[in-house]
Design a protein around this ligand. Structure first.
Ligand code: COA
Length: 166
């Protein structure tokens, strides 16, 4: 039986941290679907299409068992629709634990068949989050060590870095 996992997130934008998790998840499952949340509570700076484009450009190379998709509504319903058995989440620090535990528990209550698998993020990515990178980018800081070049460029464009904002 093909074991399918879903790696869900907002990915606004994708970072080296996410890329590392997806690579490792791809080694554990027959197929991993990187699923971009289209309508969650977060206010995003990139549209769904932009987030998909950035992921497509930097996450899928050399990972033939990773697919990219968008989902709406409940994550467990999406898993069911895709025949997936697990949710992949990256755990960066103790501070992630409470929220992740809550999410894993609610998902399990909603659907007993679903397991959440946590992958510990490597120390070098443990302090990265999409919000913090957006914040640094907006203020013109160097983000090249945290996100791939195409994301650096996309953020610079969004925030008009180097164009002399008024
Ligand atoms: N490296 C770098 N950053 C990481 C990371 C890693 N390995 N793992 C997590 N993060 C960061 C993300 O960049 C993000 O940062 P941000 O908050 O600054 O944007 C943060 O950690 C976690 O966000 P993300 O991974 O995008 O997940 P999320 O919490 O935004 O997404 C969903 C949550 C979409 C999975 C969740 O809301 C969901 O399932 N929604 C569907 C509705 C549903 O089913 N609800 C009930 C269950 S919760």
């Amino acid at each position: 039986m093909t074991k399918i996992a879903v790696y869900p997130g907002t990915f606004d934008p994708v970072t080296f941290g996410h890329m590392h998790i997806i690579k490792r998840a791809a080694r554990l499952f027959d197929k991993v679907i990187m699923a971009v949340a289209a309508d969650n509570y977060k206010k995003t700076i990139f549209t769904v299409e932009e987030r998909l484009h950035l992921i497509r450009e930097c996450c899928l190379d050399g990972l033939p068992n990773v697919e990219l998709d968008v989902f709406n509504g409940l994550l467990v319903d999406y898993l069911h629709k895709k025949g997936a058995v697990a949710i992949i989440r990256g755990l960066r620090a103790v501070s992630d634990f409470e929220y992740e535990m809550q999410m894993a528990s609610i998902n399990r209550h909603l659907d007993q068949r679903v397991e959440t698998i946590f992958l510990m993020t490597d120390a070098e990515y443990s302090f990265i989050s999409s919000s913090i990178i957006k914040n640094v980018a907006e203020l013109g800081g160097d983000i090249e060590q945290f996100v791939p070049g195409i994301v650096v460029e996309a953020l610079r464009k969004k925030y008009k870095v180097g164009e002399g904002r008024e």
